[in-house]
Design a protein around this ligand. Structure first.
Ligand code: NCD
Ligand code: ZN
Length: 366
């Protein structure tokens, strides 16, 4: 990474994003362009919670080919690399994952039942996915990504991550010690220490981190933080929800320490306005536009700009087994405002970006 001597320009390798949602139809067309324009020009893990979900390797690959076609028509989109993901459900057999692997799928995803958007095919009984996990264990180029919240209804929301790691995932790590996996969007102090202790034991596991979990606490959605101005903020509603200061600070500490087990997976989860501003609100942060500037600001404000490039372009690629991006991207310090609302053509609706209307400090120079 290069920083200009006046501190107003920086050049990094292109960034990777190990967790994002492209959706379908007009929203997909719109989002491919938004991702690329916002600087996400290379690897993006294309999550499979579409409707219907991507439940075969071929479906996951075809989905990404469609995204690539769309990207090829956009400036800077020629090298765009959506990464196909097969969802593992209770019905996924070992043959199905091996078939997907033969086709080239290397990333798999496990959702908990009815905890988040389109998770009706999610898992209730994790022992039912053991055959699929067993088939993937030991494959050095495979990563199974877990939305790490327990579906057990007796566990309250704020403890769902802790409960999942302490029980379901601990069991999986014990039974399948050679399974490469990530805890996505890690959100709790418990999660950070759990991950650190398992990594110290030598487990091949890591965690992705979102900018919203680095910046928010639960008060931002409930309307108690200064930024919320006393109002409940539906656009700050995502899963797992941001937790307390001690949780946010534990995530910050590990990222600022440059721990290679924690890297950028932003969980860009856009929803149409009609699904975000209504009685039953879809969870997810429409963060792709604000994220690059907020990520740079986060490292800069903490005097840790030297940790930026490893977090966004190196640790993830190393864990997933990719070569580091060699092309670069240039950012300049130039205040700008996040748009308040954008029209999604063909959808008869708009979207409201996360941090709409806020002034941010950094933007892409080219
Ligand atoms: C995601 C979505 O909208 O698809 N929502 C979210 O709040 N994170 C799903 C997910 O990643 O759990
Ligand atoms: Zn997600």
């Amino acid at each position: 990474m290069k920083i200009k001597s006046d501190g107003n320009e920086l050049v990094t390798r292109l960034w990777d994003n190990w967790h994002a949602h492209f959706r379908q139809g007009p929203l997909l067309e719109f989002l491919v362009e938004i991702f690329i324009q916002s600087g996400w020009r290379r690897r993006i893990v294309a999550e499979p919670n579409t409707q219907p979900p991507k439940l075969t390797g071929q479906e996951a690959i075809d989905y990404c080919l469609g995204i690539k076609d769309r990207a090829a028509k956009i400036l800077h989109g020629q090298e765009f690399m959506p990464i196909p993901v097969l969802q593992i459900t209770e019905k996924t057999t070992s043959e199905m994952v091996l078939r997907a692997y033969e086709l080239g799928v290397r990333v798999f995803k496990v959702y908990p039942f009815f905890v988040t958007t389109n998770s009706e095919n999610g898992v209730v009984d994790y022992t039912k996915i053991y055959p699929a996990l067993g088939a993937l264990e030991g494959k050095k180029d495979v990563v199974v990504q877990f939305h790490a919240e327990t579906p057990r209804s007796e566990v309250e929301g704020r403890f769902k991550e802790e409960a999942f790691l302490g029980w379901e995932l601990s069991e999986i790590v014990k039974l399948f010690p050679g399974l490469r996996l990530t805890v996505e969007h890690i959100s709790s102090a418990f999660g950070i220490s759990w991950m650190k202790s398992k990594r110290t034991e030598g487990r091949p596991i890591a965690a992705s981190v979102t900018i919203q979990h680095l910046t928010n606490t639960v008060d931002d959605v409930l309307g108690y933080s200064k930024r919320s101005g006393g109002l409940v903020r539906v656009h700050e509603g995502f899963k797992p929800h941001a937790k307390d200061l001690k949780d946010r600070d534990a995530i910050r500490a590990v990222v600022l320490a440059g721990d290679e087990g924690f890297f950028c997976g932003n969980d860009d989860a856009w929803h149409l306005k009609k699904n975000k501003e209504c009685a039953g609100v879809s969870c997810g942060a429409a963060n792709s536009i604000a994220a690059p500037s907020l990520i740079i600001q986060f490292f800069e404000e903490n005097n840790a700009l030297h940790r930026l490039e490893p977090f966004v372009s190196e640790f993830g690629a190393e864990f997933y087994g990719y070569l580091l991006n060699t092309e670069t991207i240039r950012f300049v310090r130039k205040p700008w405002q996040v748009p308040t609302e954008l029209v999604v053509s063909g959808a008869n609706d708009t979207v409201v970006p996360w941090r709409a209307g806020e002034e941010l400090q950094w933007q892409i120079a080219d």
